[in-house]
Design a protein around this ligand. Structure first.
Ligand SMILES: Cc1cc2nc3c(=O)[nH]c(=O)nc-3n(C[C@H](O)[C@H](O)[C@H](O)COP(=O)(O)OP(=O)(O)OC[C@H]3O[C@@H](n4cnc5c(N)ncnc54)[C@H](O)[C@@H]3O)c2cc1C
Length: 476
């Protein structure tokens, strides 16, 4: 019988599989995707948020534990578990040594992107290179990897894992790590979570999924049926406004349009609906998906003029271009009269101070609702550009309750051989909100903890919860 069965094929699963193998266990990894689509959402990532007390290779300055914790506290609005969060934060101070050992390379952030050079280490070649390096390491260490292996249910007895079922085949193991992501790709479940709005629309039908189509939440649902303890709100997700022309799945980061704070956003009735200049874009981009989801038809239009061009990362798809605002309205299919009324009211309300996109400047509006509180300049210099945007879901937050050993809970009791890592349990640390790079921090920390604990569990060893130093684990 296999010692440790790891279910999932992204960052958390790979970290768990490698660590369990290093701990002396025989390991099998089941990935529902075919080899060419392996790696889940992790292939789309670019960086990991890391604590450090002094400059560290690609990371500038310092990013101490307390600052990381305060950032997490702020974005989650307190919906986090401090002990688990600090476990993750501390792991991030040394996990890169282990990552390097398995072939991951790092590079500094590119200048002028999201001001992350102090806090986030970027993967050379992105998440795809990271995932490929881990799969190579799995092969080298003799981990059995099976693709096209979607697990549809688990056998669980009294909180203990017994076996997993894949297309009618029963696979038994002494311990199991669930690292099979959230449920963001499951259209029916999204419908259930978002419901129907007052206009009779099912908003989630218009959502685009930024990552893999394979995160269907099948085992999250199965675990709910087994009575596992659940945390989080099913309608909470990381949701960004992305180019409406993005594919239904796997559009990745290149479908983002980062021009909102430089212009205005209108809905399909050509009405503005939120302060586009509330705060810096990296702090606000993740609220716009939800804002657009609340608009009729779940669509928004970002409108800029030529003064904005060159001040944001150029989107992959060109916008609709026009030499006048009425022409732009027609090009975007928006009601021309209402569009001109909105744009004229906004332009007249702009109080231009000293425009500076790198600070919360004093360019603001007066007398329009909603106000634009920073970077408000009239949209008056052609050519004009418009981008249709839709909600793009990154991942969902609903998950399995787990502890600092990554053990899954059943009716308040931790399982002694069933563990969880990555998005399927990230809600323990990140109940809502987001701070760039923390998804990989959580998955790497708990993936390694889960793998380590699973290997120890099958050997009957009792080990303390957290890591003590670089790549080493305390053994009681
Ligand atoms: C476009 C985009 C950009 C992102 N950028 C960043 C970033 O730069 N930094 C960051 O920290 N985070 C980023 N994230 C978030 C990050 O991707 C996740 O936090 C992280 O990848 C989660 O890892 P995971 O292993 O839990 O899930 P995933 O990587 O999604 O892996 C889940 C795996 O489970 C498999 N699976 C699902 N169901 C089953 C089943 N029933 N049986 C078998 N296998 C199954 C899937 O095929 C997949 O391989 C980004 C996400 C997206 C979509």
């Amino acid at each position: 019988m296999i010692d440790v069965l790891v279910i999932g094929g992204g960052n958390a699963a790979l970290c768990a599989a490698l660590t369990a193998r290093e701990g002396g266990a025989s390991v099998m990894l089941l990935e529902s995707a075919p080899p060419e689509w392996r790696g889940g959402n992790s292939i789309h990532t670019r960086n990991i948020r890391c604590m450090h007390d002094a400059p560290q290779d690609v990371l500038e300055d310092a990013y101490p534990e307390e600052e990381f914790w305060q950032d997490l506290l702020k974005v989650t609005g307190g919906i986090t578990d401090e002990h688990l969060a600090r476990t993750v934060i501390r792991d991030s101070s040394f996990c890169r040594t282990w990552m390097r050992k398995h072939g991951v390379h790092f590079q500094p952030s590119l200048a002028g992107t999201l001001h992350l050079s102090r806090t986030n280490a970027f993967f050379m070649g992105g998440g795809k290179a990271l995932v490929n390096a881990y799969y190579r390491s799995c092969e080298r260490l003799g981990i059995a990897v099976r693709y096209n292996a979607p697990v549809d249910r688990l056998e669980v007895e009294n909180g203990r894992f017994i076996a997993a079922w894949v297309k009618g085949e029963r696979i038994a193991a002494r311990a199991c790590v669930l690292a099979c992501g959230g449920f963001e790709s499951n259209r029916e479940w999204l419908r259930e979570a978002w419901g129907q709005n007052e206009r009779g629309e099912w908003p989630s039908d218009n959502f685009l999924i930024r990552g893999t189509r394979f995160n269907q939440g099948v085992l999250l649902k199965d675990m709910m049926a087994h009575g596992a303890d659940i945390i989080g709100d099913p309608s909470q997700s990381h949701c960004v406004a992305i180019d409406a022309r993005a594919p239904a799945y796997d559009g990745g980061i290149c479908t983002r349009v980062d021009a909102v704070s430089l212009g205005v956003m209108v809905n399909r009735d050509a009405q503005r609906f939120y302060d586009e200049g509330e705060d810096f874009w990296p702090k606000r981009y993740a609220i716009w998906g939800r804002l657009v989801a609340q608009q009729p038809g779940q669509i928004g239009y970002c409108i800029i003029d030529s003064k904005a061009v060159g001040r944001f990362m150029p989107p992959v798809f060109p916008g609709v271009k026009a030499n006048s605002l009425p022409e732009l309205a027609r090009g975007l299919g928006l009601p021309e009269e209402a569009f001109m009324a909105t744009l004229n009211a906004y332009n007249a309300a702009c109080r231009i101070g000293t425009f500076d996109h790198t600070v919360l400047d004093d360019c603001h509006t007066e007398g329009v609702t909603p106000a634009k509180t920073h970077w408000a300049r009239p949209i008056d210099t052609g050519p004009f550009y418009g981008y249709a945007l839709r909600p793009g879901i990154t991942f969902t937050y609903l998950g399995l309750k787990s502890n600092d050993r990554a053990q899954v809970y059943f009716k308040g009791q931790p399982s002694d051989n069933l563990f969880a890592a990555g998005e399927i349990s990230a809600g323990n640390v990140l109940g809502k909100g987001y701070t760039a790079g923390v998804g990989m921090t959580i998955g790497t920390a708990f993936g390694r903890i889960a793998g380590f604990q699973a290997a120890a569990a099958i050997q009957g060893r009792v080990v303390p919860a957290a890591y003590v130093e670089e790549g080493e684990h305390a053994v009681a």
